[in-house]
Design a protein around this ligand. Structure first.
Ligand SMILES: [Ca+2]
Length: 439
């Protein structure tokens, strides 16, 4: 399948802009923040004494929150038969259900329906019954630049083992690496923090840690690792981004681990003497990883440089091209990173976003709450402050169907056990938003 070409993408952006015109105001729900008085977590000071302050102070509240996209596809849109499934009739509303989060990065649900959220400066909070409580026990992390406490993933058998997994940046601003750790959740505390995996080498600078986590159905764990940083940052005398093609480095890869951090025996062989744990390679900085249970497919979004953001279908052992092929341009100079932009043996992206939307959290919707959205991919966007809904047609074509305007930088998107979509916003006063049907 060919990638969505740039011209088509620009056309779609115009179409999306039309779809995004606000048709109703968001209904905001004030959240009562019930925090323990003993907490030393930053949340405590933010909301102490004035429980509603965190919500009422919100600036840049979600706009265009209710979108009614009924009607016939506009001229030039894909054939109705391709869209199928009546998806253009889904309406929704967006509410803020928690505020006062300090640059939240990742979230995952516990079996009781409550939610654990990471904050990049190095904190974990527990959202439950409308309140936020701090979770202690996180060691210091390198909270600088793009680094910090990053993703979180609850073990698939959490009910039996109470294990929670994290990615984070460790080290100093000039020598650091992404690590994977796990810990046991006991009430409001993490115990037994254990580093189960460290990236192969230190890197300089505080860019491109990657660090999304994704459990596969066989209980192995995918971890995305960034290429280390932008031009002209170097490592070992060459641009650090070239590590994405170095099969003796974890930089610029997706790794596959067992739950204890060991390497699965059935991982692919990448490179004649490649380092262990590699699952795919040739990535710049994957910020979204999602599993499509219906099609048993892994999807990933990665940032380009000045355009060239990508949505990829990931397959074990494949090379996704960075920096040999890319639609990106260099930051300091207006020239392409690579020419050509496609090459035999390197997997082309399914969607290229130029200009960049800065894709973040990713989820494939599989719930009953939005029947019209089943099987669709939802991609957060930091720069565009929205969530993109991407349809996969029955013939496997990719169609960017809709932009759900959020009005804040979107860091993560997930599907709750109630079938609603949840969104974390990357702000000083970050929010947890819920997207529900507009019935
Ligand atoms: Ca690529």
């Amino acid at each position: 399948m060919l990638p969505l070409d740039i011209a088509m993408h620009r056309f779609n952006r115009l179409r999306l802009a039309a779809l995004m015109a606000p048709k109703a105001l968001v209904s905001m729900t004030l959240v009562t923040m019930a925090l323990g008085a003993t907490a030393c977590h930053p949340l405590a000071s933010k909301v102490a004494g004035t429980p509603e302050a965190a919500t009422s102070e919100v600036t840049g509240t979600p706009e265009a929150a209710t979108s009614e996209v009924a009607g016939t596809p506009e001229a030039g849109a894909p054939e109705a038969g391709e869209l199928g499934r009546g998806k253009l009739e889904t309406a929704y509303q967006i509410r803020a259900i928690a505020s006062g989060l300090d640059h939240p990065w990742g979230m995952d649900w516990l079996p009781d329906g409550s939610l654990l959220i990471t904050e990049r400066p190095g904190h974990v909070v527990h959202w439950r019954n409308g309140s936020l409580r701090p979770i202690d026990g996180v060691p210091p992390v390198l909270a600088k630049g793009q680094g910090g406490l990053l993703d979180i993933a609850i073990h698939p058998q959490f009910a039996e083992n109470r294990l929670v997994y994290f990615t984070y940046a460790a080290g100093t601003p000039n020598a650091n690496r992404t690590q994977v750790a796990r810990a046991t959740l006991e009430d409001d505390r993490l115990t037994g923090w254990e580093v189960i995996f460290s990236v192969s080498q230190n890197k300089p600078g505080t860019q491109h840690f990657g660090a999304r986590l994704l459990w596969l159905p066989d209980n192995t764990l995918l971890v995305s690792i960034g290429d280390g940083g932008n031009y002209p940052l170097e490592l070992d005398g060459a641009l650090i981004r070239q590590q994405a093609q170095n099969t003796n480095s974890h930089l610029g890869k997706v790794l596959r681990l067992n739950a204890d951090g060991s390497i699965p025996a059935d991982n692919p062989t990448i490179g004649s003497q490649g380092i262990s744990a590699l699952w795919t390679y040739g990535h710049r900085n994957i910020q979204g990883l999602a599993y499509d249970a219906l099609n048993q497919q892994v999807w990933a979004t990665e940032h380009g440089a000045r355009g060239g953001d990508e949505l990829n279908r990931l397959e074990s052992g494949e090379n996704y091209g960075w920096p040999l092929v890319s639609h990106s341009r260099e930051y300091p100079a207006d020239r392409l990173v690579s020419s050509p932009q496609s090459q035999p043996g390197l997997v082309d992206p399914q969607v290229v976003w130029t200009p960049s939307i800065a894709p973040s959290g990713l989820v494939v919707y599989g719930g009953e709450t939005f029947p019209g959205w089943q099987g669709d991919i939802f991609a957060g966007a930091l720069v565009n402050k929205e969530v993109r809904r991407i349809e996969i047609t029955p013939t496997g074509q990719i169609n960017e169907a809709e932009a759900i305007a959020i009005g804040q930088r979107v860091r993560d998107v997930g599907q709750g056990p109630d079938g609603n979509l949840y969104v974390l916003t990357d702000e000083d006063n970050g929010q947890l938003l819920v997207i529900t049907p507009n019935n």
